[in-house]
Write a protein that binds this ligand. Sequence first.
Ligand SMILES: [Zn+2]
Ligand SMILES: [Zn+2]
Ligand SMILES: [Zn+2]
Ligand SMILES: [Zn+2]
Length: 227
Amino acid sequence: MPSRPQSKGQCAYCRQETTKSGMTKHLSVCPQRRAAIEQADGKKGASETLYHLRAQAAYQSEFWLDLEMRGSAKLADLDRYLRAIWLECCGHLSQFSLGNRRGEEISQDRKAKAVFDTAVQLTHLYDFGTTSETLIKVVGARQGKATTKHPIALMARNLMPEAKCIECDKPAAWLCTECLIEDNVWGTLCDKHAKTHPHDNYGEPIRLVNSPRLGLCGYDGPAQPPY
Ligand SMILES: [Zn+2]
Ligand SMILES: [Zn+2]
Ligand SMILES: [Zn+2]
Ligand SMILES: [Zn+2]
């Protein structure tokens, strides 16, 4: 098996692109993140524990997020965040479990501090039919004030994985749902072939978006963070 090139992502503070494995280091030294932390710490209000979490699609490791979560925020906040940026199609049930997917279920009312002071990994499941599975790992923690008013801040995210057209090998921007559902083929298409591709049992091809749920249960985006 030829090794695939390492997934790259972008720092949300300075926009620098770096590899997935280099991002933790980058975030620890990023001057713009440092400035945001200093500015937040200079404001009024109580300090708390803030957790650096790496969320990653369990079977598509090129989809990943580096998040900073307040210790006082609830797992329900993390669930809402993952739904907004990656998962939400039609309001399916979701759950967190300790360790892997067979681990003990954890209530979404639990606060991050109560969970992440001892747990090193959680699994998040969305939709118990066509399930999306996300691993949540604790990368680190710091004492201080959150850099935004929200429970969770996006620190870095993978760049959209590159895809090639199955008909001509040019860069693809579309996905054929019929290829996926009926032929189990990841049918990515360029602009030109998206127009001429013969399959239409599931409608027009859908635009590729930066989410591991694309095409599952009709998910077609927008794959944008909630705030
Ligand atoms: Zn940066
Ligand atoms: Zn659905
Ligand atoms: Zn093409
Ligand atoms: Zn097709």
